[in-house]
Write a protein that binds this ligand. Structure first.
Ligand SMILES: [Zn+2]
Length: 75
């Protein structure tokens, strides 16, 4: 998603004017020129995001095992 430094926020593509293409659009709030993500960048999640998801899944799986062990230990 396009990030505006001036407003410190992300804009959705729908919120932007889009302009005449060329990979840029004007910020609807402050008018700064924002770089739009290319089609290639839009497809799929970046590798560090997938890594984070994998880490969270592994952590939650480990916590689930700990919960099971704790439950079994109570009976
Ligand atoms: Zn802005």
């Amino acid at each position: 998603m396009p990030w505006c430094d001036g407003c410190d926020r992300f804009w959705t593509l729908d919120a932007l004017d889009g302009g005449g293409g060329g990979g840029t659009a004007d910020c609807p709030n402050c008018g700064s020129v924002l770089a739009l993500p290319t089609a290639a960048e839009d497809q799929g999640a970046p590798w560090h995001f997938k890594l984070m998801v994998a880490a969270v899944v592994a952590y939650l799986g480990w916590r689930a095992i700990q919960l099971l062990v704790w439950l079994v230990g109570r009976f």
